[in-house]
Design a protein around this ligand. Structure first.
Ligand SMILES: Nc1ncnc2c1ncn2[C@@H]1O[C@H](COP(=O)(O)OP(=O)(O)OP(=O)(O)O)[C@@H](O)[C@H]1O
Length: 353
């Protein structure tokens, strides 16, 4: 592999459906009427729970499964209709990284990375040079002659990534590539994927069940449930103004949105008759992300605000904050209107006291 820039390919799902026959008879619908455009050169995350249809979507992009209805276009080519040489050409354009690495135990790091090039009939001398480049790109120069059993999980995934890049694909599919890794190793692998996207220009489509992965790497996200896309858009927009309950539930695990244990046990949906506080989730986005809004709330409305949890983070280069606060329930509507007038989003979560 040279370091030259690749023109990433777009991926377009047009009303795609995929049904499987159930062992006992009947059909199960894994993907149902999905329309989604994955921009060329972008990193897009598909997030969903187990069984939502993520893997099936990915496997249709490289032709491992064919849609039952609709079309999938990779760089404008209809994958489902491709046969023989055309299908093999599409597969060369689409590399894939797996959760459990899928390395050959009997081959060294170099041997694993060489495999797709050998299959493609690339001459030996070129394979050697390309493999050396790839090994260097993923930071495994010192491990070239080691076997998978001698590598850490993060190193194995680096081999998986190098192997996926061997044929200079225009699209890289990642099937839960970091799910088997610890948080620190996950970060280094996500950084590697980001570097590859930036430097080589290829499109990355990844599936995950973790919003943190989407936040850290993807510019766009689609949320899938029961085989259908329930929400899709730019990651920043979806994180700052989630529309669907499933998206909200995925986001609720992130820092700043998790109710601390001492509140969790006490919060109720119905307002008690006695004086109490309302718990409010405040989202700071865009130019308001770093405004001292709580100080202003206290100054302008004379309110006392308790901070329960919070964090400001970045998505892409844009700041975005989440804060859980509680304040006198009698004045919560007034406080929320004040915050919203200043460009923040608020959501009442319940009552304590
Ligand atoms: N080859 C198959 N034959 C029959 N049913 C299948 C097949 N592949 C997937 N399914 C079914 O399709 C649905 C979606 O599966 P899929 O593997 O795409 O979900 P997923 O979101 O990737 O889940 P996970 O995160 O657990 O891998 C599930 O109900 C699954 O049982």
């Amino acid at each position: 592999m040279s370091d030259r820039k690749i023109q990433g390919a777009s991926i377009v799902f047009q009303s795609v459906g995929k049904a499987f026959a159930k062992p006992g008879g009947g059909m199960v619908s894994a993907v149902d009427d999905v329309s989604l455009t994955v921009d060329a050169g972008a990193i897009t995350g598909i997030i969903g729970r187990s069984g939502a249809g993520k893997s099936t979507m990915l496997r249709m992009v490289n032709g491992l499964e064919r849609p039952t209805s609709g079309k999938i276009l990779v760089g404008g080519q209809d994958v489902g209709a491709a046969q023989g040489t055309a299908l093999r050409a599409i597969r060369r354009d689409v590399g894939m990284v797996f959760q459990h690495f899928n390395l050959l135990a009997s081959r060294t790091v170099a041997g694993n990375i060489a495999l797709p090039l050998e299959v493609a009939g690339v001459p030996g001398a070129r394979i050697k040079a390309r493999v050396a480049d790839l090994i260097h790109r993923v930071g495994l120069d010192a491990q070239a002659d080691r076997y998978p059993a001698e590598l850490s999980g993060g190193q194995k995934q680096r081999v998986g990534i190098a192997r996926a890049l061997a044929t200079e694909p225009k699209v890289l599919l990642s099937d839960e590539a970091t799910s088997a890794l610890d948080p620190e190793t996950t970060q280094t692998v996500l950084e590697l994927l980001k570097d590859i996207n930036r430097e080589l220009g290829l499109t990355i489509l990844l599936i995950t069940h973790e919003m943190a992965v989407v936040r850290d790497i993807a510019s766009h996200v689609a949320v899938i449930e029961g085989g259908r896309i329930v929400e899709a858009g730019k990651t920043y927009d979806v994180f700052t103004a989630p529309q669907h309950p499933t998206t909200r539930s995925f986001l609720s695990g992130l820092t700043g949105v998790t109710l601390p244990a001492f509140i969790k046990g006490k919060i109720s949906d119905t307002r008690p008759a006695r004086p109490c506080d309302e718990v409010i989730h405040v989202t700071f986005a865009g130019k308001h992300a770093t405004d001292p809004m709580l100080a202003l709330l206290t100054r302008d409305l004379g309110l006392q605000v308790n901070i329960l949890s919070g964090a400001i983070e970045e998505i892409g280069d844009q700041p975005f904050g989440n804060l859980l606060i509680s304040l006198d329930a009698d004045r919560a509507a007034e406080a929320r209107a004040y915050l919203e007038r200043h460009g923040l989003l608020t959501q009442g979560l319940g009552y304590v006291g």
